[in-house]
Design a protein around this ligand. Structure first.
Ligand SMILES: *Cc1c(COP(=O)(O)O)cnc(C)c1O
Length: 362
């Protein structure tokens, strides 16, 4: 058996057909930036996530940078970010002109609840990351942040469709950032992102910043940039949203099989809470001290896996950082993502579980 970690060409025929129809429509319409599909996408997502305002943009990294800039965060400001995340979280802080301050993570890779000990007079914001689709305890985070007068920007790039107490990931913070990168649970056929907020004023600022600070044509009230979404991706995302619930159901079914078959193996830590509503089952990331050997073994048996992420941010030369990141570093050396996507077959999932068991009983 040959099982790729993720192969986006394995698309459901019904979705492929619907996307082709949309593509034809868009070719006839001839609108490739802005327009009806973009309004519809923002409206669809606001409704789906119960987010008062949503502003589409070019990608998730831009969404984070736009959020920071809209909040007036920049030079001389500090922003607390987890030490274990995709590079964008801290990169956006640097691009906005501010300084990332790294916080340790818990056993699941989420920012520790005592992040607030890092708050200084310069701290303006904290960016919780719902890593692998598992939500940070947002009620707690919001009350801590309120007490310290710190803004919260949720990096919900991996958590579209996760809900806590009925509220969507990305709708707790002052701004929530989404990514529609193709490999995310709700992925476009290219690059796209979005900011969510309940503040009309922030939404307006983000919209301006993403479109040359231009409220009406040829009037520029802010130095902005071009971070508009392509209409074609908005159009495709409108189609894909109709399939999203089914894809999520599929991810949960597969996660349940993994959990059942792989439980009870010593030195194998399974993801916590992946079947809960507050986890969107973006990645099925296991932890084991023999990670590299297991990865090679699976590869030899035709199974593709991925490492999210092999290096923690404070250890990268591009960030100057100090602190104690023992948990973060341990996770980066023991984490391994197994195939998990709506197109993975049950038989493939079975084979992966059997092969992992074989590795541990050799
Ligand atoms: C994917 C991702 C981003 C960035 O999204 P892009 O659309 O790829 O720019 C930001 N943060 C996290 C945690 C991500 O996984």
């Amino acid at each position: 058996m040959k099982i790729p970690f993720l192969e986006l060409s394995r698309m459901e025929p019904g979705l492929k057909e619907a996307l082709s129809v949309k593509f034809d429509q868009m070719l006839s319409r001839g609108v490739y930036s802005g327009g009806e599909e973009v309004y519809r996408l923002e409206d669809n997502i606001s409704k789906y996530l119960h987010a008062p305002f949503s502003v589409a943009c070019a990608n998730g990294t831009d969404a984070l940078e736009l959020a920071l800039r809209a909040l007036g965060i920049g030079h001389g400001d500090e922003v607390i970010v987890p030490s274990f995340t995709w590079v964008s979280t801290a990169e956006a802080v640097v691009m906005a002109g501010a300084t990332p301050v790294f916080a340790e993570v818990d056993g699941s890779g989420l920012i520790v609840s005592h992040w607030h000990k890092l708050v200084t007079a310069k701290t303006r914001a904290v960016i919780p990351v719902h890593l692998f689709g598992k939500m940070v305890d947002m009620n707690k985070m919001m009350s801590q942040a309120k007490e310290l007068d710190v803004q919260v920007i949720e990096d919900a790039a991996q958590a579209f469709g996760a809900f806590q107490d009925g509220r969507a990931a990305g709708t707790f913070g002052h701004v929530g950032c989404l990514s529609f990168y193709p490999t995310k649970n709700y992925g476009a056929l290219g690059e796209a992102g979005m900011c969510l907020t309940s503040s009309a004023e922030l939404a307006e600022r983000i919209r301006l910043l993403a479109n040359h600070g231009q409220p009406v044509r040829d009037i520029h009230t802010l130095i902005g940039r071009n971070s508009r979404i392509d209409s074609i991706h908005a159009g495709f995302l409108n189609v894909i949203l109709n399939f999203f619930d089914d894809f999520q159901t599929r991810r949960k079914v597969l996660s349940k099989i993994y959990l059942e078959r792989l439980s009870g193996i010593p030195d194998l830590v399974l993801p916590v809470g992946i079947l809960e509503e507050s986890h969107n089952a973006h990645l099925f990331a296991i932890q084991t001290s023999g990670r590299d050997k297991l990865k090679t073994f699976l590869s030899e048996k035709g199974i593709g896996t991925a490492i999210h992420y092999p290096q923690i941010l404070p250890d990268m030369d591009i960030f100057e950082a100090s602190g104690n990141f023992a948990v973060s570093r341990r996770i980066s050396k023991s984490i391994l993502s197994l195939p998990l996507n709506p197109y993975l077959e049950i038989e493939e999932c079975d084979y992966i579980c059997l092969t992992i068991k074989e590795f541990f009983t050799r």
